[in-house]
Design a binder for this molecule. Structure first.
Ligand code: AMP
Length: 279
């Protein structure tokens, strides 16, 4: 497994692969890797000859009061996991490589970025779209993989790649969960033991909503009941627990696919999760 710290080093390696027409996949991550990240790596490896994982904790997607400084950084452990997964190249640039002092460009996908997460983290998707656009232009992969765990992010990135005519297949990967249903996340490390016991309740509530809505229940009623259930069980604040159109994330319209999406706080940890409403 090779490790590149600069754009130039990474490009030299990819250029060499391209000489023999090898196809390349990229999985962008912020490190602190778990099975969710690795499932994207495996999916990429099934589709391409060479596999790249980027590790970059992107300051542009953290608000000043958020956890940029405390976000888990475990490079040696991550490299070992990626070696074990037979990744060909880890691209781990530092902040100055991605955002030199003369960097002034931001990428904003209007509309969908302002919904849901955008209401609570107004700069978040600008930071995400900017760094992912840069990574895609730097690496020029054939395939880039993102988790459904961050469903709105996947929608934003698909729109960004389409609008900027970036020639890449954006593929989603299913959410990988702990055995009790909690969606794997690097931020789960913040949970206390008591919070970790409570955490799967979020998945239980969105699963219940999906089943009931699929059976014809009133959306507002089931979402209100789920929100009440979460609050009573010890979740501190429910940012949203909603059912939306699976493509636009706007209010659902009859006959179109739907998605349940939720974000809620347990102590100082913000959990997000989502699930499809069965057709
Ligand atoms: P992150 O390192 O949290 O920025 O995540 C990097 C990529 O892994 C993103 O595309 C995430 O959506 C994806 N991801 C994170 N958690 C999971 C999970 N539990 N299952 C599948 N993909 C995930």
């Amino acid at each position: 497994m090779e490790v590149a710290r600069s754009i130039a080093e990474m490009r030299a390696i990819v250029k060499d692969w391209r000489k023999s027409d090898q196809r390349v996949s990229l999985v962008p991550t912020m490190g602190a890797l778990h099975e969710g990240h690795l499932s994207l790596v495996h999916k990429g490896k099934e589709r391409t000859d060479k596999s790249i994982v980027s590790i970059f904790v992107n300051p542009a997607q953290f608000a000043p009061h958020e956890d940029f400084n405390t976000y888990p950084r475990e490079e040696e452990r991550d490299f070992a996991a990626l070696r074990h997964a037979n990744v060909d190249l880890v691209y781990a640039p530092d902040v100055k490589e991605i955002y030199p002092e003369n960097h002034h460009t931001k990428v904003e996908v209007q509309g969908i970025s302002q919904l849901l997460e955008g209401q609570f983290r107004p700069q978040f998707f600008i930071g995400v779209a900017t760094v992912v656009a840069k990574l895609l232009v730097q690496v020029m992969p054939d395939v880039a993989l993102f988790g459904e765990k961050d469903y709105q992010q996947l929608c934003v990135i698909r729109a960004m790649a389409r609008d900027l005519d970036i020639p890449v297949d954006v593929l989603g990967g299913e959410t990988i969960r702990e055995s009790d249903g909690l969606a794997m996340s690097s931020r789960n490390a913040y949970l206390t033991n008591a919070e970790r016991t409570l955490a799967p309740r979020l998945y239980q509530e969105i699963t219940a909503i999906a089943e009931q809505v699929s059976a014809g229940a009133d959306i507002d009623q089931v979402c209100a009941a789920a929100s009440k259930g979460l609050s009573e069980s010890g979740f501190k604040a429910i940012d949203y627990i909603v059912v939306k159109d699976a493509d636009t994330l706007e209010d659902p319209t009859p006959g179109r696919p739907m998605r349940v999406l939720a974000a809620a706080w347990l102590g100082r940890t913000r959990l997000i999760d989502n699930i499809a409403v069965p057709a």
